[in-house]
Design a binder for this molecule. Sequence first.
Ligand code: 5GP
Length: 197
Amino acid sequence: MKRGKIIIISGPSGSGKTTLYKKLLKSLKFKKKLVKSVSVTTREKRKGEIEGRDYFFVSKKMFFYKKKAGHFLESQPVFDNFYGTPKKNVRDLLKRGKNVLLCIDVKGAKVVAQQFKSAVKVFIKTENWEELKKRLQARGSDDERSMRLRLKIAKDELKEQSMYDHIIINSNLNKAFSELTQIIKEEISFEDESCNA
Ligand code: 5GP
């Protein structure tokens, strides 16, 4: 059986990457071919999130226990919390021929890309800086300190976009989604023609 590929999606907070990858996972075209890797995090569960579907929510103590035990392919502090990609799960899925979607930050993406040279790296961003600021403000979920932190991190992430294989400007969700599906079809189609259906 052919091994699957890793597909990494990154982008600043407010770029719409989560909406895009969720839409991707729901897409019938990719249902059998794409699996999301569920990360481990120390952050609080948000309303509507489900343990094991969105994240594995753990204490800081448990996170560092897992990290020490070599449980993660990569792990990073993001905002005020820690996030890690489970190693065994990703490896098992790849062996079973599944393509694994990682929605992770730029620092984590670098670590994964070093280990998996065939990983496909996609960066999602807004049309410009003003748009990103507007989207983050419209969310209204952050206090001033968090907002400043998100903007600072966004600036750092944007500086790293050239390491990605594909950059999608998400100014229109449907257009961005169609670009993303096209990229994924091209990257995995030669392994299974049924994905082109
Ligand atoms: P959120 O808490 O809003 O779901 O995610 C915050 C940020 O953490 C996002 O940029 C997301 O891509 C990133 N993230 C989620 N899981 C992981 C992971 O396992 N590793 C890394 N490096 N970043 C992650």
